[in-house]
Design a protein around this ligand. Structure first.
Ligand code: SF4
Ligand code: SF4
Length: 100
């Protein structure tokens, strides 16, 4: 699932530079995530980097946008064709596999 930012966002901007896909931008009322660019950090990090740095824990999984690790990994490769060979799926501690 893509990550989403809730209305709790205090617009601190800390998350924006952490995103490997430049999916985060300043919205009208809060920062927002483009779900077409969010890979939940799959391919780059084991956990969602925006959620890791957010001081108010408002970067959360979007329950209306469930996606598999494979789909997210394919998206990462499409977004970064120049780096596609260097992208890796998370280790066995992946939250995707831990949940199954
Ligand atoms: Fe970007 Fe990762 Fe947050 Fe998605 S989860 S918006 S890819 S930092
Ligand atoms: Fe909003 Fe959290 Fe990003 Fe700060 S880190 S802009 S509070 S989503």
């Amino acid at each position: 699932m893509a990550t989403m930012i809730t209305e709790e966002c205090i617009n601190c901007g800390v998350c924006e530079p952490e995103c490997p896909n430049e999916a985060i931008s300043e919205g009208e009322d809060t920062f927002i995530i483009d779900p077409k660019l969010c890979t939940e950090c799959v391919g780059f990090h084991e956990t969602e980097q925006c959620a890791a740095v957010c001081p108010v824990d408002c970067c959360v999984p979007d329950p209306n946008n469930l996606e598999t690790e494979e789909l997210l990994f394919e998206r990462a490769k499409q977004i970064h064709p120049d780096k596609a060979d260097g992208l890796t799926l998370s280790s066995e501690t992946s939250r995707f596999r831990a949940a199954s």
